[in-house]
Write a protein that binds this ligand. Sequence first.
Ligand code: FAD
Ligand code: NAD
Length: 471
Amino acid sequence: MTDEFDVIVIGAGPAGENAAARAVRGGLTAAIVEDRLAGGECSYWACIPSKALLRPVDLMAEVGRVPGLSLGPIEVSKVLARRDEAVSHFDDSGQVEWIDSVPIEFVRGRGRLDGVKRVRVTPRDGGAERVLTARHAVVLATGSTALVPPIPGLAEAKPWTSHEVTAAKAVPERLVVLGGGVVACEMAQAMHGLGARQTTVLIRGGSLLSKLEPFAGELLAESFSEAGIDVRAHTGVARVERPEPGGKVTVHLAEGPPLEADELLVATGRVPATADLGLGTVGLPGGRTVEVDDSMRATAVEGGWLYAVGDVNGRALLTHMGKYQARACGDVIAARAKGGDDTLPAMRDIADEYGAPQVVFTDPQICAVGRTEAAAREAGFPVRVVEYDLGKVSGAYLLGDGYRGRAKAVVDEERRVLLGVTFAGPGAAELLHAATIAVTAEVPLDRLWHAVPSFPTVSEIWLRLLEEYGL
Ligand SMILES: Cc1cc2nc3c(=O)[nH]c(=O)nc-3n(C[C@H](O)[C@H](O)[C@H](O)COP(=O)(O)OP(=O)(O)OC[C@H]3O[C@@H](n4cnc5c(N)ncnc54)[C@H](O)[C@@H]3O)c2cc1C
Ligand SMILES: NC(=O)c1ccc[n+]([C@@H]2O[C@H](COP(=O)([O-])OP(=O)(O)OC[C@H]3O[C@@H](n4cnc5c(N)ncnc54)[C@H](O)[C@@H]3O)[C@@H](O)[C@H]2O)c1
């Protein structure tokens, strides 16, 4: 078995798999090193299980808005069983089969850089180490791990992170969630909808989803409040106590009485998985994101042989963006290896600069692409903003009684193109790609006017936004 490949990828998550596959498509040989399960965080402990847990909760909310329909209580054991199916019962043989079929050499074990173009692989089972060498490139695609802030007693309490909550075997009666970002919001709603009797979300700032347009967090907070989820803003945690492993946990707040819960979920962001990656052997600091240029090449490493895609480069912590970066990366590596044209537009990450599209799968769904108003103003664009009540669009009204939602478009007044769009509302996720096209392709508003939305769809929001703008 040869231990030399054109390209070696460390990490077989969605980004790593795509980078390797594109390099092979470009005529190179590739090996991919994976410590745990091929498919990565996304397939087993993130996107897939979280959405499997949210789907019945979302459906219940949808059905509840249409008079004449009713659903019985959710059978949680069946939901968890379906989630288990969705994560293939933590068996990655299907993914490995696909990797073999590309063909990419699959190497199970922990990969660490071992100097220029060398990767040392340590198998988990204590088997012999293997040193792989790359003729052209090494791609880091090791993703990220949950950040547990240094709150006294927190780490010792062994709280849930995204790993444990997405793999939950049962729903805790009383759940405290620390953080107000995407993981916190999605998982608080999933657990509450699946039967948590008391769900409390502690946010240190003033709002949920604070990186998005303010109305998105406000609408979500209203929905949480109606569902009985207790959101506490400006709430700091002083210390955490859990005398018995897995037993009751007491969360002492900076102010006010402590909270007692059966489980504590920490959802306070991510750290890049670079701490134990041998970065020091190539002169890079460990534990930080790997800075890359728009062809995904590490900027601080000489020789241009090291690349980083997905969460590990910190550009956009989203599966679709990691895969997009990986396609560019695999293609550009193949072009550079073969002396081909490495400047084609598809070989560059341009989308991250516009602002990555993202859907938060809560009820209401929150979808955004491009810049928020605040970000656009800060970047110095001549901004004009238009907003519209999504519930007033006929298509939305027909989806269910009491439909509540909102849309906001951020316009570059000089060029008359969209800089960003945000929708919040049930079923809004499918509206997002139209916005992504409009923002990324910089479709002039006067041309967008001629993209006539069908009646009665929620997409008529486009017509309303453009009318608000003055067209
Ligand atoms: C709860 C949750 C829900 C999410 N939902 C969504 C969603 O709905 N949509 C979306 O777009 N994004 C979602 N995300 C974000 C998404 O999961 C990540 O952006 C995505 O997984 C990043 O892909 P990646 O390939 O960069 O890394 P990962 O998926 O983390 O894969 C990295 C792989 O590298 C392996 N690895 C790490 N270090 C080594 C090493 N030294 N040697 C060998 N292997 C190694 C790991 O075992 C892992 O398999 C969610 C995240 C969380 C936490
Ligand atoms: N549907 C999706 O696309 C989806 C779902 C889940 C996660 N993700 C991705 O995963 C990434 C990570 O999600 P996340 O929710 O962990 O991070 P996040 O950055 O979205 O949110 C982190 C939250 O924790 C808070 N926080 C940070 N440190 C804290 C501290 N010490 N004490 C209290 N609060 C603190 C922040 O204020 C913020 O509210 C996101 O950036 C997102 O891109 C995407």
